[in-house]
Design a binder for this molecule. Structure first.
Ligand code: SF4
Length: 754
């Protein structure tokens, strides 16, 4: 929300402010103990709750039928129909634009700093800001912050982020427009949650009385004051009760939220949204799809707040967010988004806004290009299973008798990277740079494949046959089992031994897949509008890979899903490489968002085996090295191929106990070269250990200037001074056999050549 400039709007805001302050906010805020109900009343209201029938024993299926959809329409992008939830002047729901939100990183008790930061966020364009409220001191500060913002003309709603503190949540509901509660820890003061094994429905349900008693006072208050609420489940901080009964699963996240929603609904309170966040985009996508699907079958219509937790920073953080958030928005699922970056909150606005903008332009609106693109995809049946994740099985190219190169290296089983290379890059003065840019290790000037080396190259044009230097450079790549993929017409003009010939499906069908001289394998390029009959002929042509390159006149998402349905119906394991042309993209962050959203939305469904990122023309902003790194980041973000350390770093908030951005940078510098290792950097002990989910090692703030180090979820070094903790983390990784030394690269990198 921008500052209120017009006098009319100011008048309205001040009227609302005075009503809020005079009627609802005592100054200073007093601690209010929730009304204690008599024993008989407790039994009455808890017993009168209408719990959603059990998912586990099949009761829900019996009553409501099986899950059948998670979005409004699988062939058109329509917003999932959701009710309007009011949050001060902001409204969530499918009748309203996607709400852009962020979270303050200041100490909430520092009223002036928080007011300043919230104003900066509002000026940047955010619609809502969340602040952390860890106790009564912060609850009192929240009221002062609210008042100060109103006085300065800012009506941007505030959301209090609550963990563990039902009484404080109750207090702060006086001050702010929205409360976020975490079902995993809202009522987790009870010690025996940890000690009990929950095996039966009865056992699991027996704790509900406790939840209801703790939660109902807040629900009643939010209803009375028309406050909004977010039932915000987090994969990393599910209660031990839910973990015991449902395991560490998206299903557990959903069931935990449904219990709290049941309590809200029992009080006839419906002004709430759900979130199902996780740092793993695959888990996150599944959690959101499940809660959407459950709502369809239960007849509920609560909006969804989308977010990937602890996404990190820079382009990786943006890409990871785009993979998770973009995948859901691509199907019209989601009403408000927060991009959690380990950066100042103002920097979250650009990616948050951009994801929302892209999503809005993709909606099916008759007359818009988006609708004709979706209409252009021939009809198909979408049979994806949204209740579990499984990568589509695909076969790597196999070795054939007489092959003089090892075709098995053309692709990688965990996900492949294909780089577009031009003839100029093979020139003598550029060859060393090319090898390095492709991620090769060098030994006496010769390239070797390494952990993050491109698997194949795409050459739309070849160097002349007489150009010995360039041809030698190309042969050296082939000798390390890099595939060289070249259009058939080009191979006919400038033959190349051991090439992979690229053909359109029509070309391949009309020539029965006959290869040009020198080529040893076929790759088929698809543009999205091929007929079903043509698609059905692909397996008989035996290509070693498919290049999925939908044209701009069809919806990439739907055309791609249709292709995979066709391959599935034929049990075809041909690997599919997603081709992405970065047309009209000049900014790295934009590239991360677009690739994450467009290709990530397919890979998160297990649909695809790699990426080829191509520029329509050379662009100094995107070096070959950069495009390769971005490609590997996409595969890692989609949990396919790990080529570097996975960092789970919290975005920081008012609880953070050290300079998270600076510390994360130091840790990344020291430990960023460890593929397969996940390191969590968490700002506080209150939520940090819980939110680390599947990290191998954790670096968690405990006291100002002090850090605990974790091995998995177990603390193994306590209260280490911050300045010594990075070294301590490295030692810990070494002790557990997961350390490798950084390798020195041979020679200096040479100048860029396109
Ligand atoms: S881990 Fe702690 S400091 Fe970091 S965002 Fe979560 S609550 Fe805030």
């Amino acid at each position: 929300m921008k500052p209120i400039l017009s006098s009319l709007v100011s008048l309205l805001a001040l009227t609302w402010l005075s009503s809020v302050i005079s009627l609802q906010i005592p100054t200073p805020l007093k601690h209010r103990t929730p009304t204690k109900l008599a024993a008989t009343e407790e039994i009455d209201y808890v017993n009168s709750l209408l719990w959603t029938p059990s998912f586990k024993n099949g009761e829900r299926d019996n009553k409501f039928g099986t899950l059948d959809k998670y979005s409004e329409d699988l062939s058109k992008v329509l917003r999932r129909k959701t009710r309007t939830v009011e949050c001060g002047p902001v409204k969530f729901g499918s009748d309203h634009p996607i709400v852009r939100q962020t979270m303050a990183t200041t100490n909430t008790a520092d009223v002036d700093a928080t007011v300043d930061q919230v104003m900066r966020c509002a000026d940047t364009g955010f619609d809502l800001v969340r602040i952390t409220v860890q106790g009564k001191r912060e609850a009192n500060a929240a009221m002062k912050i609210r008042e100060a913002l109103f006085k300065k003309g800012y009506d941007i709603p505030l959301c209090a982020d609550m963990h563990f503190q039902p009484l404080v949540a109750n207090m702060v509901a006086d001050a702010v427009e929205k409360i976020r509660i975490n079902p995993g820890n809202f009522a987790d003061g009870r010690k025996d949650f940890d000690e009990h094994i929950y095996e039966t429905d009865e056992d699991f349900a027996s704790e509900r009385q406790y939840l209801a008693e703790a939660f109902i006072p807040l629900v009643q208050k939010c209803k009375r004051l028309n406050r909004a609420m977010r039932i915000g489940t987090n994969h990393g901080s599910m209660s031990s009760r839910v973990l015991s009964f449902y395991g560490d699963t998206p299903r557990g996240m959903v069931e935990s939220a449904i219990e709290f929603a049941d309590i809200c609904r029992s009080q006839d309170y419906h002004n709430f949204v759900f979130s199902m966040k996780a740092s793993n985009p695959l888990v996150m996508v599944q959690g959101y799809r499940l809660i959407a699907a459950e709502q369809y079958r239960l007849g509920w219509d609560y909006p969804l707040h989308l977010g990937v937790t602890e996404a990190g920073d820079g382009e990786d953080g943006r890409m990871k967010s785009a993979i998770g958030i973009g995948t859901l928005l691509a199907d019209g699922v989601g009403d408000t988004i927060r991009v959690s970056l380990t950066e100042d909150p103002e920097f979250e606005y650009a990616p948050c806004n951009r994801l929302a903008e892209i999503a809005e332009t993709r909606l099916y609106v008759p007359g818009r290009p988006s609708s004709s693109k979706q209409d252009s995809v021939p009809a198909y049946e979408d049979t994806r299973d949204i209740t579990s994740f499984a990568r589509r099985p695909a076969d790597l190219p196999s070795q054939a008798p007489g092959d003089s190169v090892d075709a098995r290296g053309f692709l990688h089983r965990d996900g492949s990277v294909v780089m577009a290379v031009s003839p100029g890059m093979l020139a003598k003065e550029n060859a060393q740079y090319l090898y390095q840019s492709l991620g090769c290790k060098l030994a006496v000037g010769m390239p070797f494949k390494d952990i993050a080396t491109a698997d194949s190259v795409l050459m739309r044009e070849l160097p002349e046959v007489e150009d010995k230097q360039a041809r030698t450079a190309l042969r050296r790549l082939q000798e390390v089992n890099m595939g060289v993929i070249v259009p058939k017409e080009e191979l006919e003009k400038r033959p190349l031994e051991n090439a992979v010939a690229l053909m359109s499906l029509d070309e391949a069908i009309s020539s029965s897949g006959a290869l040009p001289p020198g080529a040893i394998r076929l790759a088929i390029e698809l543009f999205g509008s091929e007929s079903s009959e043509s698609l059905s002929q692909i397996p008989s042509l035996s290509p070693c890979m498919i290049f999925n390159n939908p044209s701009s006149s069809v919806s990439n998402l739907h055309a791609s899903r249709r292709l995979f349905e066709s391959l599935k119906s034929q049990n075809s394991p041909i690997p599919v490489i997603h081709h992405f042309t970065a047309s009209e993209i000049t900014d790295k962050n934009e590239l991360a968002l677009q690739v994450g959203m467009r290709v990530g939305s397919l890979l998160t469904d297990g649909l695809g085996d790699g990426i080829c990122l191509e520029l329509p023309s050379p662009n100094p902003a995107f070096t070959l090295d950069y495009l390769r790194t971005a490609s590997f980041s996409l595969l890692q973000g989609c949990r396919m191929r790990s080529t570097k350390t996975e960092f789970v770093s919290c975005p920081s908030c008012g609880r953070t106990l050290f300079d998270l951005q600076e510390t994360t940078a130091r840790i990344q510098d020291a430990t960023g070269h460890l593929p397969g290792v996940t390191v969590a950097v968490m700002g506080c002990i209150v939520n940090g250990p819980g939110e680390m989910a599947d990290a191998d090692f954790g670096y968690v703030g405990t006291l100002p200037g002090k850090v605990d180090l974790y091995l998995g979820k177990e603390v193994v070094r306590k209260n280490i001074p911050n300045e010594e903790a990075v070294d301590g983390l490295v030692e810990l990784i070494k002790e557990h056999g997961m350390w490798v030394e950084k390798e020195e690269q041979e020679g200096e990198r040479v100048a860029v050549a396109n």
